[in-house]
Ligand binder design. Structure first.
Ligand code: ASP
Ligand code: MG
Length: 415
């Protein structure tokens, strides 16, 4: 069981979590719980580090920011004991959870489960702070923001758990953002690959890295709501969304498209009149790669009669200023004429393993958007995803019409 920051925000909520854990224990399950820090706490701790020094030592940063989870793991153990459930906390260094020494963004290596197994065998609930581990040399590490999801999946994998239940403030993964499309449906199942695509294009339910790990280790992950009372369905009845391997999805369930995601955090850059010759594109993307900037969509036109071509691509909005700087410096080597950019763009993606075996998914997308007068500025595809770049103002409309076009709208119940 993994509980996020909202579920851990304050003693009252921690008591609710404890009651929820107790129900699972009473149902005969052995339970390890991974917890986040109280909501807002990690931000507060990061702020302290920055205030103490702009050039803080990342090893000490990890000591500071990992403390939020130390507090909540101890508090949950106390709350469990108070309602008669034997429990103890196991900090990252106590198990230990071995990680790399990339402080503030470490990767989990192996987890020693001996102590955990023994603890569960004694009938205790093991409470494990998410987000933290220990590197060689006994120094505390953290996994990068949102890393508790990854901790939970890693612990589940190491313990060969039957399931990793991620309790969160939504009750599952939806076909699209229900705030945009009220008729969005909760998915009973989604594959790892689909979830990875949906997570990386802006459906922020789980840390992307945790989904990759679950796929690699074959951990069955359930996303379910933490906000429900005693009458809430038991997790074993699978009330949330299961993230599973493709082989578990039956043909009846298989839809052409599983979900639609949108992402407004990209910016478009166009280099006008780049010479049409070998090495030209490399001279554009080489310097960006060296600067650690992740380029996403790329469009290159065929050459004009003048022997030059336009190159358009997207970068994360947060990296736009740096990208423009890098490209400005490389102007002479690239030999482009003009550099223009646009932050008022959005990427809309349709995702589904069903498109592997079906033609026409992209054309439905283009036709649907065209009929609404929505212009497509760039396109990328993978085996299970088609993404288009459009003007940001049309985001909601695009998501809505595509949701209908792919038959994803929930039936409206008869009055
Ligand atoms: N507390 C950490 C964060 O806010 C880890 C997590 O909650 O997943 O990033
Ligand atoms: Mg989270």
């Amino acid at each position: 069981m993994k509980f996020g920051g909202t579920s851990m925000a304050g003693i009252e909520r921690i008591r609710t979590v404890a009651a929820r854990v107790k129900r699972e224990v009473e149902a005969g399950n052995q339970v390890a719980v991974v917890v986040s820090a109280m909501a807002g706490e990690t931000d507060r701790l990061v702020g302290f580090c920055r205030e103490a020094s702009a050039l803080y030592d990342p090893r000490e940063y990890d000591v500071v920011v990992s403390s939020g989870e130390q507090v909540t793991s101890g508090l949950l153990a106390i709350a469990l004991q108070a309602i008669g459930v034997p429990a103890r906390s196991w900090l990252g260094w106590q198990l230990p959870i071995h990680t790399s020494d990339a402080f503030s963004r470490a990767r989990i290596g192996t987890i020693d489960t001996e102590a955990l197994d023994a603890s569960l065998a004694r009938g205790e609930v093991a409470v494990i702070p998410g987000f933290q581990g220990v590197a060689e040399g006994d120094r505390i590490t953290t996994l990068g923001r949102g890393g508790s999801d990854t901790s939970a999946v890693a612990v589940a994998a190491a313990m060969k758990a039957e399931r990793c239940d991620i309790y969160t403030d939504v009750d599952g993964v939806y076909t699209t953002d229900p705030r945009i499309v009220p008729r969005a449906r909760k998915l009973a199942r989604v594959t790892y690959e689909e979830m990875l695509e949906l997570a990386s294009v802006g459906a922020k339910v789980l840390q992307t890295r945790s989904v990759g790990l679950a796929m690699k280790e074959n951990v069955r992950v359930q996303v379910l709501s933490s906000f429900t009372g005693d009458d809430a369905p038991m997790a074993d009845t699978l009330p949330g969304t299961m993230i599973v391997g493709e082989e578990e999805i039956t043909d009846v369930e298989r839809q052409l498209i599983t979900g639609i995601a949108h992402d407004k955090n990209e910016a478009k850059i166009t280099l006008a009149a780049v010479p049409d010759k070998p090495g030209a594109v490399a001279s554009v993307f080489g310097p960006l790669a060296e600067a650690g900037i992740n380029v996403d969509m790329i469009v290159q036109n065929i050459a004009h009669s003048t022997g030059s071509t336009d190159v358009t691509f997207t970068v994360p909005s947060a990296d736009l200023a740096r990208s423009l700087d890098v490209l400005g410096q490389a102007k002479a080597t690239i030999g482009y004429d003009k550099l223009v950019h646009d932050t008022r763009v959005a990427k809309i993606s349709v995702v589904g393993v069903g498109m592997r075996s079906h033609a026409g998914v992209a054309s439905t997308m283009f036709t649907t958007l065209g009929e609404r007068g929505i212009n497509i500025q760039a396109i990328t595809t993978s085996e299970i995803k088609v993404s288009v770049l459009i003007e940001e103002d049309y985001t909601e409309l695009a998501v809505r019409v595509l949701h209908t076009a792919y038959g994803l709208d929930a039936e409206v119940e008869a009055a």
